[in-house]
Ligand binder design. Structure first.
Ligand SMILES: [Fe+2]
Ligand SMILES: [Fe+2]
Length: 240
């Protein structure tokens, strides 16, 4: 028992150390993104800088340009670019383009959150794939050349075992008819950024137009069950 406990403590320490490296930026807190990020440990809002005004009927493209954090945008563009270059179907390209949007709002369970944010606007297959990429990324699939990411050893620590609910989600997804849809997100999820590759959003505008049902009232104002999530990104500094 004693040995086991020490091992998990060591793992937690390794994780802590890796995560601390990300915590030296102001406004960044463990487990949460922009929404809950703007507070000091004492609960005082940090000055995060003025946000650009959003159009009254914002599109998902507006969120890419005016709200999503530049490093997450670059990461999702690199994933979508990789998928497109390798000839994936447009819905897979779209799934790659959107797969991590939730980290702009909240980090923990980002696959589930991202899937929910886009669920009213994309096909069931795309949101299913986004939801499950979170669990699948911890489990290799040699049939498509997906290995456990080296970066996760740094982030999660050596010998990290995902939570039981993650393993359960993976096992269920493994048997699902859309398994490969989610798996391909992990295949194109690039952990080591290619230097000098900074794709723009422009090549994906048509893909978004064909597969993302933009509400005419604008994201955040269409009365959908997830409108508040988009509004939280529009107005992250509003009290209560
Ligand atoms: Fe992800
Ligand atoms: Fe990702």
């Amino acid at each position: 028992m004693e040995v086991e406990r020490k091992t998990s403590e060591e793992r937690a320490d390794a994780l802590e150390e890796a995560m601390m490296k990300d915590l030296d930026k102001p406004g960044v807190r463990r487990g949460t993104g922009l929404l809950f990020g703007g507070l000091t440990p004492g609960g005082v809002p940090l000055a995060l800088g003025a946000l650009a005004a959003m159009p009254s009927q914002p599109t998902v493209v507006d969120f890419f340009k005016l709200r999503f954090m530049p490093h997450t945008v670059n990461h999702m563009l690199q994933s979508a670019n990789d998928a497109q270059k390798k000839g994936e179907p447009e819905e897979t390209v779209l799934a790659c383009l959107l797969h991590d949007i939730a980290v702009n709002l909240i980090k923990v369970d980002h696959g589930w959150w991202a899937a929910q944010m886009v669920e009213p606007y994309v096909s069931e297959k795309v949101s299913w794939a986004i939801r499950h990429h979170q669990a699948l990324r911890f489990f290799p699939d040699p049939s498509v050349g997906y290995a456990y990411p080296e970066r996760y050893v740094q982030i999660f620590g050596e010998g990290y075992v995902p939570e039981p609910y993650i393993k359960a989600a993976y096992e269920k997804a493994r048997k699902h008819k859309w398994y490969m849809e989610a798996r391909m997100i992990t295949v194109h999820d690039l952990y080591a950024f290619e230097p000098g590759v900074n794709p723009t959003l422009e090549p994906f505008i048509d893909v978004i137009g064909r597969h993302f049902k933009q509400p005419k009232e604008g994201l955040g104002f269409d009365g959908s069950p997830v409108a508040h999530m988009w509004r939280s990104l529009i107005y992250p500094d509003n009290p209560l």
